[in-house]
Design a protein around this ligand. Structure first.
Ligand code: DX5
Ligand code: ZN
Length: 216
């Protein structure tokens, strides 16, 4: 399977989102990654439902929603209502992760579990067969434009082994500090989906950068 690219809207121009979303629509991007932060689970606040709704009306790509919030299960109906394809919840925010994963699936979305840099891959052993995707954070969540944590490569390799061993068909997504250099290392390690914010939106031509990441 050819890898997927999920540009992160967090690095877009918030005073002209429509223009950036039209670029995403034209581009080879597979999904659009939306980062929701609550100022509690992570030390930052991003955007909420009024913005997501406006984005979903004009975005033609499937929405890959990454919730960096406590109690994400409270918002399953609203995330579904904006037409999201994937709902990513953090392992660290869900003491009853298995239940939340089932609830997301029952709501008609693809459930994904996200792990912070300090959370071991081995903790996913008993949930790996129930999820559509695992999102490995390669920076501490909360901000765009941070430095890639190299150890994430080892985590991707370990997750690939776990997936192959269990016969799970979960996808591996990586988020944080992804650029052409780190993307190559991640793809070699077994990643299926790359999220990129600054590498795309700070490039002279974001559309061309999406093409370059897609053709690595
Ligand atoms: C960080 C977010 C990321 C972020 C990635 O908390 O989850 O999706 O936007 O941005 P870059 O690619 O700039 O590291
Ligand atoms: Zn994200």
């Amino acid at each position: 399977m050819k890898h997927k690219i999920s540009p992160s809207l967090l690095a877009a121009n918030f005073s002209n989102l429509a223009e950036d979303i039209e670029m995403i629509n034209r581009s080879e991007a597979d999904w659009l990654h939306l980062d929701i932060m609550d100022g509690v689970f992570v030390p930052n606040i991003s955007f909420g439902f009024p913005v997501i709704k406006a984005v979903s009306r004009i975005c033609e790509k499937p929405l890959d929603v990454h919730l960096m919030i406590v109690n994400p299960e409270k918002f399953i109906p609203q995330i579904k209502a904006v037409g999201a394809k994937i709902m990513n919840v953090h392992y660290e925010a869900c003491p009853h992760l298995h239940r939340v994963i089932q609830q997301i699936r029952e709501a008609g979305m693809e459930p994904a579990v996200t792990i912070n840099p300090s959370t071991p891959v081995s903790l996913l052993k008993d949930i790996i067969e129930d999820v559509y995707m695992v999102l490995i954070m390669s920076v501490n969540p909360g901000f765009g434009g941070q430095k890639f944590i190299k150890h994430s490569i080892e985590k991707v390799k370990e997750l690939r082994l776990l997936i192959d061993k269990t016969g799970s068909d979960a996808l591996i997504e990586v988020d944080g500090g992804v650029n052409k250099e780190t993307a190559t290392l991640l793809l070699d390690a077994g990643a299926d989906v790359l999220v990129a914010g600054n590498a795309i939106f700070s490039a002279p031509s974001p559309e061309e950068m999406i093409h370059q990441l897609k053709t690595l």
